[in-house]
Design a protein around this ligand. Structure first.
Ligand code: FEO
Length: 400
């Protein structure tokens, strides 16, 4: 007897995942409240497990399954996504259970074979293919590049549950399993952070995915992602948020990202913020000594402008600024306007490097960069204020 129990979603479907209360870093993404690895057990004629959990949580998942059935009764395992937080314990679970069938998308089949020495055959399923579990039916929906080549959803028709792997999920460890038990503001913040840090590079694929889901009318059913709460009530809310975020529509919000050595760049950032605020633009001022790169990515999701500042250190960007650029460049936030600024002692190369990085991100630089030697005087701070005003005026024009 263990303390881990399965949690009922419908009469025949149970959550059998794991709660990782202590996780604080997910490949570079700062997590403030842990996460869950969700796995689901379908008690159909053919008992089926949807996804597994990260390797160290195998015992927790098997214990939850054991609280309702002997795990060896599982006949079918579906792997919706090959990333190790959902498959880490899969080889061990396969060895233990010996299921009749292991199913994945075509790319999932390939990825699983490339990840692990799995002795049993993995069957590839096609987009739109149905599988009878006797008294229930699964439909597989390919969602390639949302967010890996192998990604797919599985829909359980009779219970109207969409098992959506990472999509519609969030990193949030809670004792509650369902969205209607938690405050919507918290869910929206964490889902936005997840979208901005995991799915954003593939945002253009969201409308096609949404169209596929429309025919299944998932908005009025249950959406069960692989992380965070299950959308049991008002699944339409998260679908609506995804449609909005995927548009990458700029708003009247500017994100100023900077770091500082002797407070010169910090003073410049504050003056730029004042210029933006004077025109009614919302500002998020992010000192990288106190803000994580993944929080910068989240703030950019609904921003209209990105303004970046750095001191020059040994002819280079300040390390935290370089780190943030490396991270956010890959996330491909498009449609922003912006500018560069910074202080220096003798070379001043950092501002040039910021300009290059903004250009790579396709941020349209609409104001001349401001560069200050040593410490900004009143005139320099006025120039920073004016930069803020210039960015704000352009943003107001573009968001009318
Ligand atoms: Fe939760 Fe892409 O793994």
């Amino acid at each position: 007897m263990t303390p881990f129990k399965a949690q009922k979603i419908t009469d025949d479907v149970f959550w059998v995942g794991a709660i990782d209360w202590s996780l604080r870093d997910f490949h570079g993404y700062a997590i403030h409240h842990g996460t869950t690895y969700n796995a689901f057990l379908i008690l159909a004629d053919k008992i089926t497990l949807i996804d597994t959990v990260k390797a160290p949580f195998k015992h927790e998942m098997l214990s939850r399954i054991s609280s309702i059935i002997n795990p060896e009764k599982i006949e079918c395992i579906v792997s919706n996504h090959s990333e190790l937080d959902h498959t880490g314990c899969l080889p061990d679970v396969i060895r233990l259970i010996r299921p009749e069938q292991i199913l994945a998308s075509t790319m999932g089949q390939k990825a699983l074979i490339e990840h692990f020495p799995i002795e049993q055959e993995i069957t590839a399923v096609k987009d739109g293919e149905n599988l009878s579990l006797g008294n229930k039916t699964l439909t597989f929906i390919e969602t390639r590049m949302l967010h890996w080549p192998d990604s797919m959803f599985t829909y359980l028709k009779e219970d109207r549950i969409l098992f959506s792997q990472d999509a519609f999920g969030m990193h949030l460890a809670t004792s509650e399993r369902f969205n209607d038990e938690l405050e919507f503001g918290l869910l929206k913040r964490e889902a936005a952070k997840y979208f901005a840090n995991i799915l954003l590079p593939y945002a253009a694929l969201i409308p096609k995915m949404a169209a596929k889901l429309e025919s299944l009318n998932v908005a009025s059913g249950i959406i069960a992602p692989d992380h965070g709460p299950i959308w049991r009530k008002d699944a339409a809310a998260i679908l609506k948020l995804y449609s909005r975020w995927a548009q990458l529509k700029p708003t009247r919000k500017a994100v100023i990202v900077f770091d500082t050595m002797w407070q010169s760049t910090a003073k410049m950032a504050a003056a730029i913020a004042e210029g933006l605020i004077s025109k009614g633009v919302k500002v998020e001022l992010m000192h990288l000594g106190a803000s994580h790169r993944s929080d910068v990515a989240t703030e950019l999701l609904d921003a209209g402008a990105l303004i970046v500042g750095s001191p020059t250190i040994n002819n280079n960007l300040f390390p935290t600024v370089a780190d943030t650029f490396t991270y956010i460049k890959g996330l491909k936030r498009r449609g922003l306007i912006g500018a560069a600024f910074g202080s220096y002692g003798w070379g001043g190369e950092a501002v040039k490097q910021i300009e290059g990085a903004l250009d790579e991100m396709k941020v349209e630089r609409i104001a001349e960069s401001v560069k200050v030697k040593y410490v900004p005087d009143d005139e320099a701070l006025q120039n920073c204020f004016n930069l803020g005003v210039q960015v704000a005026e352009e943003l107001l024009k573009r968001t009318q």
